[in-house]
Design a binder for this molecule. Structure first.
Ligand code: SF4
Ligand code: SF4
Length: 256
């Protein structure tokens, strides 16, 4: 019998699910090796199916999602979160430090109909997660490499080295050194193939913090480039604003 696989969606933009859909022919090959039983974006719906591998995109930001993730965990042997929303709460987690009720009242004509939590939190804050794949969005290669490892009963390999390491291996010219751009590559984990520096643009940290990131040192370097403390803090309050290392680094504007 083929292993069963599900792709679940929570609060998110759906972009990480495209990592599957964009795989094209590889997705067809995968469907010969596994039974994809739930993947609403691809038209397959069986939300409470018991599966061997569950991929989860999106953050927990409604009471319904709080309850649904518990059911999914109970039905899944191996649970993998994909993307910044599922692993760190996503850009929508900026609301965690705002007045949630005031925003709802200011935006919606009938706030009573809106059922959302005051916070957006990662899946790991609610259930055990077996593997986290970061990125906004994750890339197809990361996702398929994890599936292949699991099909061979091997532990998927993830590296949390910096984008700079990947950037150097590819021979890109450093935009921080040569163009004085405030590149977040020194504190961001790789996985994207150093995409932005490859087109002469600074990294904005969509893959989240690398292992032991020296955010203070990078913040000092940005200040030497002429950035205001407030702008430096904002660089960490981005897609992965609730990742602990970035949340702490965002307090830079409060340092003397
Ligand atoms: S361009 Fe950015 S990611 Fe690349 S080496 Fe320079 S600082 Fe690191
Ligand atoms: S270089 Fe940085 S911002 Fe660009 S895709 Fe990679 S991690 Fe994301």
């Amino acid at each position: 019998m083929k292993p069963k696989l599900a792709v679940h969606k929570f609060s998110s933009c759906d972009g990480c699910q495209l990592a599957f859909l964009n795989a094209g022919e590889e997705l067809l090959t995968l469907s010969e090796q596994v039974d994809i039983v739930h993947f609403a974006e691809a038209g397959l719906v069986d939300i409470d199916a018991k599966v061997d591998i569950a991929f989860v995109e999106g953050s927990i930001s409604t009471p319904d999602e709080e309850e649904r993730i518990q059911r999914i965990r109970a039905n899944s042997a191996y649970l993998i979160t994909i993307g910044a929303c599922a692993t760190a709460g996503g850009i929508q987690a900026l609301r965690n430090s705002a007045d949630h009720k005031a925003w709802i009242a200011g935006i919606y004509a009938n706030p009573a109909y809106i059922q959302s939590l005051a916070t957006s939190t990662p899946i790991a804050a609610h259930v055990r997660v077996d593997l986290e794949l970061w990125g906004c969005p994750v890339n197809t290669q990361q996702v398929f490499s994890a599936i292949k490892s699991l099909l061979f009963q091997a532990k998927p390999r993830v590296t949390r080295e910096t984008v700079c390491m990947e950037c150097k291996r590819k021979g890109h010219v450093c935009v921080l050194v040569t163009k004085k751009q405030a590149c977040m590559g020194p504190v961001t984990q790789s996985g994207c193939g150093a995409l932005c520096p490859g087109v002469n643009r600074a990294c904005y940290a969509c893959y989240g913090p690398a292992e032991n990131p020296n955010t203070l040192s990078l913040s000092h370097a940005f200040e030497k480039l002429g950035l205001e403390k407030n702008s430096i803090s904002h660089k960490f309050l981005h897609i992965n604003n609730q990742a602990p290392a970035f949340k702490k680094a965002a307090l830079y504007d409060q340092t003397k």
